[in-house]
Design a protein around this ligand. Structure first.
Ligand code: ADP
Length: 277
């Protein structure tokens, strides 16, 4: 009897994933990739020949001991390092296949596509509404700003708490609310990628847990790349984990479960079991 080939399109995955996150699996499109990425501050090398392909609509955690280049790597992605005079970059860093360091790339436009949230919540001394609308005003957005502000605040799980006080100062909010305000400010211009540099380390555990829950929701719409020194957090919230070690080398990059349960590299095992770092 002839076997009939199932009619499938090999490029499309429709199964529901069985990974720990319970998220629906999608075909892994690479959104950010690097090849032979070196970064120097003056004569000091901070990243050493980093090759990585970061998938879209996933949470990628960047972990490793202090000083191994995690923040440097994150800042390269949306060219925040441009603002550091002594910083020099070699190699390739691409966003959807286009080298972000090409002469024709406008860093401001790039940062609209690749937003950033920092360790310490940093709202502007402006109203909640103006904080969220900040990027939209800069880009001359001519749509319904109030609707976008509401959408971004809802996306950052803050709307219900602030909808009656949009004219109050963003600085009057609690630390955790301020961080969600910063996330709303980052998503208002409708980016594709959100970079987060230890976004919960300045927060109390309850506020931190709300941000973790939020990240789980954000990844439905965005790609999240998060630096964290908290390995339990990386294990809880990320799909992929990249382990950098001293000297700025990316030692291992894999599914988070593999990194934490069955790492290839002995140094990664030593690091995650707390033997150093
Ligand atoms: P991590 O985020 O893993 O702690 P960083 O990326 O902050 O590491 O730092 C990597 C290396 O680059 C460190 O040796 C650090 O001292 C150096 N470095 C980071 N930022 C600067 C800077 N603005 N100027 C000079 N050196 C820097």
């Amino acid at each position: 009897m002839a076997t009939q080939e199932p009619e499938t399109n090999s490029l499309v995955t429709t199964e529901v994933s069985s990974d720990g996150t319970g998220r629906e699996s999608r075909p892994d499109e690479t959104v950010v990739s690097t090849r032979d990425l070196d970064v120097y501050y003056g004569s000091d090398q901070a990243l050493d020949r980093v090759d990585i392909e970061i998938p879209e609509h996933k949470v990628t955690a960047i972990i490793g001991p202090s000083g191994c280049g995690k923040s440097t790597f994150l800042r390269c992605i949306n060219r925040m390092n441009d603002q550091i005079d002594v910083c020099r970059i070699d190699g390739d860093l691409s966003f959807h296949g286009k080298n972000v360091y090409d002469d024709d790339v406008d860093p401001v436009a790039l940062r609209r596509k690749i937003g950033m949230v920092f360790q310490k919540p940093n709202p502007f001394p402006k109203s909640i509404r103006d904080n969220v609308a900040y990027g939209l005003n800069i880009q001359g957005f001519d749509g319904d700003i109030d609707a976008r502000v509401e959408e971004a605040l809802k996306g950052a799980a803050l709307w219900d708490e602030v909808k009656d006080q949009l004219d109050s100062s963003g600085l009057d909010l609690s630390g955790g609310q301020q961080q969600r305000l910063c996330i709303a400010r980052a998503i208002a211009p409708d980016p594709e990628v959100i970079l987060m540099d230890e976004p919960t380390s300045a927060l109390d555990p309850v506020a931190a847990s709300k941000i973790e829950d939020l990240i789980d929701e954000l990844v439905e719409e965005y790609t999240v790349i998060i630096v964290t020194h908290n390995m339990q957090q990386a294990a809880r919230i990320s799909d992929k984990t990249a382990v950098f070690l001293t000297g700025g080398q990316l030692v291992e990059f894999d599914d988070t479960a593999e990194i934490f349960e069955n790492p290839d590299d002995q140094r990664v095992e030593d690091y995650i079991t707390g033997k150093f770092g």
